[in-house]
Design a protein around this ligand. Structure first.
Ligand code: G6Q
Length: 540
């Protein structure tokens, strides 16, 4: 990609504009703050506080064209096998397609399958929430424990937290992911097994952490219900693509909610992996969330690139990543309910675009996926924002805010919104030495109090955080990841990087468990660490 004419022109252009200050760009164009904005499906994106000129934008849009983004989008929506290393289509967009849509994979309309599962989830959800579904002892279900990891955990947790306002407060929801026994022990310590439903969420149903947690949860349930194995059917359901393994575990396949190998883990929160979310917020809200996703899908698929929110965000991110050498992006939601959103985005962005070879297997000659991180505002302002304002690194920021509060409380929301607006203003425009001096600051202190400014940010605004809006927001990032992956010519839908550690751990488990001293064949550090752990365990 970096050998293409547009990339080269962008490099030369970057050398010319890299020192331009946002103060100057805004002074030269009084309309910039209204002009460099885009709005679609109820999301408003202000990208005027980015270090771009009209020429930059035109070149970036040209790069997207040159990279064949339009064709890549069409290929994804059509169901082409764009996940080349796993030879699979990538069809999370089918999970939120309306009933009447047709998307054919291997001769079958997958949208029909999607809606059949959604209908089963709806029926199950209604039965659990109404108390019609009873536990083994006849008591209704009050607690739901989701066991899953990675894509089978982060989406459900994020969505549960984000939409807590809409959830059934008479029920308790817990999420167990870590194989550290503490996670499960703490999640169930105050729960009554007779009122608890465990949802084992695993695409493969072979993931070590999830299976270990599921077995221990099963034991916990049986211990609490007089060891009656018949209880499992009333207290365990599975979400998986692997009916055989589900049956082997002892869950009746009638209590399995299916999804498909064309749904990537980190793109699965609106498949059956969202069952916990649906149980929490109800089927109607869940479908509203899907509708939000779909609206953004349609916008991404059809809007011209210059007004296309995910394309614009993807291109701006690429501009800092590949031309300014920025290594990270901070995601700063000014909404407490979005506290797990940055963690969710970390997987979405970094597992998707943390790749070093192109589709053809050749090494990339440019940087790919940025490091995503963040915390809700205003908390972050009192910790790491210092570095963003006055540090030596360039950290592009995404601010996310909602005009209306879900918990109106005195002046809280005005204070919250004033802060998010103030932060992007301060980052962009800073405070000059003259301004600092004019405040009567002694000369020696002036450099410490200067804010250079010129620190870029996007601001994403929506009216309020509701299920539909959450869907739009997640889809916005999904497609912005797609945009970047298409330009970098990488496979954004595989994750081979997680494999090696898994394999090595399997080899080490028996070495830790062996009663006699095992013969270790690792490197010197690993051998010594293992011996030390064994010794520490033998003599606490
Ligand atoms: C996501 C990854 C990964 C996956 C987990 C859980 O895109 O594939 O995070 O979701 O490893 O896998 P299972 O759902 O198969 O247990």
């Amino acid at each position: 990609m970096n050998a293409t004419p547009t990339w080269k022109t962008l490099s030369e252009h970057h050398a010319k504009v890299r020192h331009l200050h946002l103060r100057q760009l805004f002074a030269e164009d009084p309309k910039r703050g209204a002009r460099l904005t885009a709005e679609a499906v109820g999301l408003y994106l202000d990208y005027s506080k980015n270090r771009v000129t009209d020429e930059t934008l035109a070149l970036l849009l040209g790069l997207a064209e040159e990279a064949g983004l339009r064709q890549r989008i069409d290929a994804m929506f059509r169901g082409d096998k764009i996940n080349v290393t796993e030879n699979r289509p990538v069809l999370h967009v089918a999970l939120r397609a309306p009933r009447a849509t047709t998307i054919v994979v291997d001769g079958e309309n997958v949208v029909d399958q999607v809606h059949a599962v959604l209908d089963r989830m709806t029926d199950f959800t209604n039965r659990v929430r109404s108390g019609a579904w009873r536990g083994h002892t006849g008591r209704p279900i009050r607690n739901v424990v989701n066991i899953g990891i990675g894509g089978s955990d982060l989406g459900p947790v994020m969505a549960y937290e984000a939409l807590k306002h809409y959830s059934d407060r008479s029920m308790v929801f817990r999420f167990v992911s870590n194989v550290d026994g503490t996670d499960l022990a703490e999640a169930v310590h105050d729960l009554d097994p007779a009122e608890t439903l465990v949802i084992v969420s695993s695409k493969t149903f072979t993931t070590l952490e999830t299976m270990t947690n599921a077995q221990s949860a099963r034991q916990w349930l049986l211990d609490g219900l007089a060891g009656n194995v018949k209880a499992v059917a009333k207290h365990f359901v599975a979400v998986s693509t692997n009916a055989k393994e589900v049956a082997k575990f002892g869950i009746d396949p009638a209590n399995m909610f299916e999804f498909w190998d064309w749904v990537g883990g980190r793109y699965s929160m609106d498949s059956a992996i969202g069952l916990t979310t649906m149980l929490a917020i109800g089927a109607e809200n869940f479908r509203a969330m899907l509708d939000g996703f779909h609206q953004m899908d349609e916008h991404f698929r059809t809007a011209p690139f210059e007004r296309n929110l995910p394309v614009l965000m993807g291109l701006l991110g690429l501009w800092y990543n590949d031309f300014f050498g920025a290594e990270t992006v901070a995601v700063l939601p000014y909404d407490q309910y979005l506290k797990r959103f940055p963690a969710y985005l970390q997987q979405l962005t970094m597992e998707s675009n943390g790749k070093q070879v192109k589709l053809d297997g050749k090494k990339v000659e440019y940087d790919t996926g940025a490091i995503y991180w963040g915390e809700p505002g205003t908390n972050g302002q009192h910790s790491f924002y210092q570095l963003i304002h006055q540090g030596t690194r360039l950290v592009p920021c995404d601010f996310i805010a909602f005009a209306n509060p879900l918990n109106p409380l005195g002046g809280h929301h005005d204070i919250l919104l004033a802060n998010v607006v103030a932060q992007s203003e301060a980052l962009a425009f800073g405070k000059t030495p003259d301004e600092v001096k004019a405040e009567g600051t002694p000369n020696w202190l002036v450099p410490h109090r200067v804010f250079e400014g010129n620190r870029p940010s996007n601001t994403i605004l929506a009216a309020r955080l509701d299920p539909e809006t959450l869907g739009k927001l997640v889809a916005l990032y999904e497609h912005s990841v797609f945009t970047q992956g298409a330009i970098w010519q990488i496979d954004s839908f595989d994750q081979w990087g997680v494999e090696l550690g898994k394999v090595l751990a399997q080899r080490i488990i028996p070495e830790l468990q062996s009663a006699s001293e095992p013969k270790l064949g690792h490197d010197g550090s690993t051998n010594t660490l293992l011996r030390r752990i064994r010794k520490m365990r033998a003599s606490p």
